[in-house]
Design a protein around this ligand. Structure first.
Ligand code: NAD
Ligand code: TYD
Length: 357
C-alpha cells in the first residue's frame, strides 16, 4: 500500500480517486482536515475498504510512526501543505509549521521506518514530495521557462516554505540515502478545487452574481495544467523516476489571468447564460497582491524524455470539463462556502479598493 498525505485537499483527493480507479493497491490517507481538506471530495470512496482515512497532522511523530509501522507502505506521496499564496501573505506562520516543520517531521519518520526495512523493501521504497514551480520565482516576458536546474528564488512566504521543504528532501537523499523524488508542478485546475484560487473563485463568483476580482493589471501569466494530468505525472514519477531526481511538470499552457477569466466567462455565457449581458460585466480590477510574481512557465521536457509523460488535456478541453463539473456540483460548492470561507473572503477582499467580491 501507499501512504498519501493531504489526500482530502484538491490535488490529493484527485490523486487518491484516480489511484483507486486504476489500481487495487490500498491507500492510507493522512489529512489534518484544515479549511482546505474536505471529506466530501472522497465521497465516492465511502464504502471502499481500499481507502483508509486517518485524520491527523503530518507533524504528529507518534501518529506517523504508528501508521508506517502498522501499514508498511512501499511509498509516501506527500501532498499535505498550506497552499494559498494570499493566505501566506496574511498569515505565514502555518506555512512554516506545516510546509517546513511538517515535512521535516515526515522525512524523519520515513528515514527511521525505511532503515528497518529488508534490503529489497528498502530498495523499492520511495518518498515522493509534491512541490510547485513557484520555488523558482518570477520570469520576465522573454525568459526561458523554468527547468530543473533553474536557481531557486522564491518570493512569497508560501513559495519560500515550499522551497525550504524541497531543500530538506534533497538533503535527506544526499545525506541519508532516502530514495526521494520531487516534482515541481505549475498551477493546477479541475474538480474539487477550493474556491479561494483564481479559477474556482471566478466560476463560483460569476454564478453568484459577484465581482470577478482581477489583481493588478491582469497580465500576470501562469502555466495551467489539468489536475488529472498532474496525477498521471506523479504516478509515472513514482513508478520510474530516479531517486534523488526532481521533475518539472507543466501544461505548456501559458495564459494571462485576464485571458483565463474571459475564457471562463465565455464558457459560462454558453452553458449558463445570464438573463441579460455577459459574465464579463462582473469583472473588476482590484488592488494587486504584494510581491505578485509576474510569470511562471515550465519546461517539462525532462519528464517527457525520461518517463514519456505529457499532458493529455489541452487548456480548452480541461477548462470546459472544469466549468461543467462546477455547474454539476453546486451542492459541493455550497458546502465549502459555509463556515470559515466567508471570513476569508472578507479578510482578503474586504480591504481591496473597488472590490465587492
Ligand atoms: P490544498 O490546500 O487543496 O490541500 C492541502 C491538504 O493538506 C488539505 O486537505 C489539508 O487538510 C491538508 N493538510 C494541511 N496541513 C496539514 C498537516 N499539517 N497535516 C496533514 N494534512 C494537512 O492543496 P493542493 O492545491 O491540493 O496542493 C497539494 C500539494 O501540491 C501542495 O503541497 C502544493 O504545494 C502542491 N502544488 C499545488 C499546486 C496547485 O496549483 N494547487 C501546484 C503545484 C504544486
Ligand atoms: P492563484 O489561483 O491564487 O494561484 P497562484 O498565486 O499560486 O499562482 O492565483 C492565480 C493567479 O490569479 C495569480 O496571478 C493571482 C491571480 N488572482 C487574481 O487576479 N484574483 C484573485 O482573486 C485570485 C485568488 C488570484
Amino acid at each position: 500500500m501507499i501512504l498519501v498525505t493531504g489526500g482530502a485537499g484538491f490535488i490529493g483527493s484527485n490523486f487518491v480517486l484516480d489511484w483507486l480507479a486504476g489500481s487495487d493497491e490500498p491507500v492510507v490517507n493522512l489529512d489534518k482536515l484544515t479549511y482546505a481538506g474536505n471529506l466530501n471530495n472522497l465521497l465516492l470512496l465511502r464504502q471502499d475498504s481500499r481507502h483508509i482515512f486517518v485524520k491527523g497532522d503530518i507533524g504528529d511523530t507518534t501518529l506517523v510512526a504508528g501508521l508506517l509501522n502498522r501499514h508498511r507502505p512501499r511509498a509516501i506521496v506527500h501532498f499535505a501543505a498550506e497552499s494559498h499564496v494570499d493566505r501566506s501573505i496574511l498569515g505565514p506562520g502555518e506555512f512554516i509549521t506545516t510546509n517546513v516543520n511538517g515535512t521535516f517531521s515526515l522525512l524523519e519518520a520515513a528515514r527511521a521506518y525505511q532503515r528497518d526495512l529488508s534490503d529489497a523493501e528498502q530498495a523499492g521504497f520511495r518518498f515522493l514530495h509534491v512541490s510547485t514551480d513557484e520555488v523558482y520565482g518570477s520570469l520576465g516576458p522573454d525568459d526561458a521557462p523554468f527547468s530543473e536546474t533553474t536557481a531557486y528564488a522564491p518570493n512569497s512566504p508560501y513559495s519560500a516554505s515550499k522551497a525550504a521543504s524541497d531543500h530538506l528532501v534533497r538533503a535527506y537523499h544526499h545525506t541519508y540515502g532516502l530514495p526521494t523524488l520531487t516534482t515541481n508542478c505549475s498551477n493546477n485546475y479541475g474538480p474539487y478545487h477550493f474556491p479561494e484560487k483564481l479559477i474556482p473563485l471566478v466560476i463560483t463568483n460569476a454564478l453568484a452574481g459577484k465581482d470577478l476580482p482581477i489583481y493588478g493589471d491582469g497580465q500576470n501569466v501562469r502555466d495551467w495544467l489539468y489536475v488529472g494530468d498532474h496525477c498521471a505525472a506523479i504516478r509515472r514519477v513514482l513508478l520510474d523516476g530516479r531517486p534523488g531526481e526532481t521533475y518539472n511538470i507543466g501544461g505548456w499552457n501559458e495564459k494571462t489571468n485576464l485571458d483565463v477569466v474571459h475564457t471562463l466567462c465565455d464558457i459560462l455565457d454558453r452553458l449558463a447564460p445570464k438573463a441579460a449581458g455577459s459574465y464579463c460585466d462582473q469583472l473588476k480590477f482590484v488592488k494587486d497582491r504584494p510581491g505578485h510574481d509576474r510569470r511562471y512557465a515550465i519546461d517539462a521536457r525532462k519528464i517527457e524524455r525520461e518517463l514519456g509523460w505529457k499532458p493529455a488535456e489541452t487548456f480548452e478541453s480541461g477548462i470546459q470539463k472544469t466549468v461543467r463539473w462546477y455547474l454539476d456540483h453546486q451542492e459541493w460548492v455550497r458546502d465549502v462556502q459555509s463556515g470559515d470561507y466567508m471570513k476569508w473572503v472578507e479578510q482578503n477582499y474586504g480591504q481591496r479598493e473597488g472590490s465587492r467580491a
